[in-house]
Design a protein around this ligand. Structure first.
Ligand code: DLZ
Length: 300
């Protein structure tokens, strides 16, 4: 059974390696499981950092090829936002005005796409492209993207079980910043416990200043009297705020049997539910924008 496809790119020096890892992380690629081999003999250490994409393919072409200086093509959504992030990354590099690194403007291609190329380090080129028909090759459906560019978010985080909720908050911030949100467009509201989350979330949603609200808390059954009652009310209140205000609310309130289980879900073994809640918030905010932008006659 075919499982995946890997293209290996050797790099010339540890400094180039670090630059490329920084560049691909800044663009929001999901990091895979990397490796570091200690040296078997002097100077023979090696390391690898994979970057994952939701889809990959090996494509054979019979006909006109794009005139590019690279065979590394990354398909994206929201190419203008990707171009912006790449430009900002380059602007922080000291070599940016030496001509050894650089970025082209976004150009139309002969295959109904828009494309630009970047040289994040001397001699390494990567092209980013977006098909003009966003639905090409996909089921016909409206879908949100994972770009948080030019979006504002509020995070409501409970102080109760702070050892957990602080980790959820770090995960949520990581997801937002890596997806292109700016720190000054993220407001954090701290509340005493999960019980207080719905009230604060609603107030923030009613302010109409945010594309989405992210709610973070942690209820531990063994340590919480009336656990079911509190949990039901928190979930109901957050859902009701979402429905009444029309602003997407992501649900990141953990309900766990034990502290150990909560730690696992806050970044140890089972991912970070704060990161996942923020990703859901970005996707829903993007979907809302697309629904608002789509002319009525195309919605049928
Ligand atoms: C009171 C309480 C208890 C027992 N357990 C938790 C919990 O596990 N997680 C949580 O977020 N909050 C807890 N709280 C606090 C309530 O949510 C609320 O803050 C207080 O009852 C004050 O209204």
């Amino acid at each position: 059974m075919i499982k995946g496809i890997t293209f290996i790119r050797p790099v010339g020096s540890p400094a180039d390696f670090n630059e490329l890892v920084s560049f691909f992380a800044a663009l929001g690629f999901e990091p895979g499981r990397g490796w570091d081999e200690p040296p078997q003999q002097p100077g023979a250490a090696s390391r690898g950092r994979p970057f994952l994409a939701p889809l990959g393919n090996l494509e054979f072409v019979d006909g006109a090829l794009p005139t590019l200086n690279t065979d590394l093509l990354v398909e994206v959504t929201a190419i203008d936002a990707v171009h912006h992030v790449a430009r900002e990354w380059l602007a922080k590099r000291s070599g940016a005005d030496t001509g050894k690194v650089g970025i082209t403007s976004i150009e139309e291609t002969h295959w109904k796409s828009r494309l630009f190329t970047v040289q994040p380090i001397a001699g390494f080129f990567v092209a980013f492209w977006e098909h003009q028909e966003a639905l090409r090759g996909k089921a016909v459906a409206l879908e949100g993207d994972l770009s948080a560019h030019e979006m504002s978010f509020a995070i409501v985080v409970a102080r109760w079980n702070a050892v957990i909720t602080d980790r959820l908050l770090q995960g949520a911030l990581d997801a937002l910043l890596r997806s292109g949100a700016r720190r000054e467009h993220i407001e954090i509201a701290r509340v005493p416990g999960s019980w207080e989350i719905p009230g604060a979330a609603r107030k923030l949603a009613e302010s109409r200043r945010f594309d989405a609200i992210i709610t973070l808390g942690c209820l531990i059954r063994g340590e919480t009297a009336h656990y079911e009652a509190i949990y039901n009310e928190v979930a109901r209140g957050i859902g009701q705020s979402q429905q009444d205000t029309g602003v997407p609310h992501a649900f990141g309130v953990l309900t766990c049997e034990t502290l150990e289980q909560a730690l696992d879900r806050a970044g140890l073994k089972s991912g970070n539910k704060g990161f996942e809640a923020a990703a859901a918030a970005i996707e829903m905010a993007s979907l809302h924008r697309k629904i608002d932008a789509k002319p009525a006659e195309q919605r049928a």
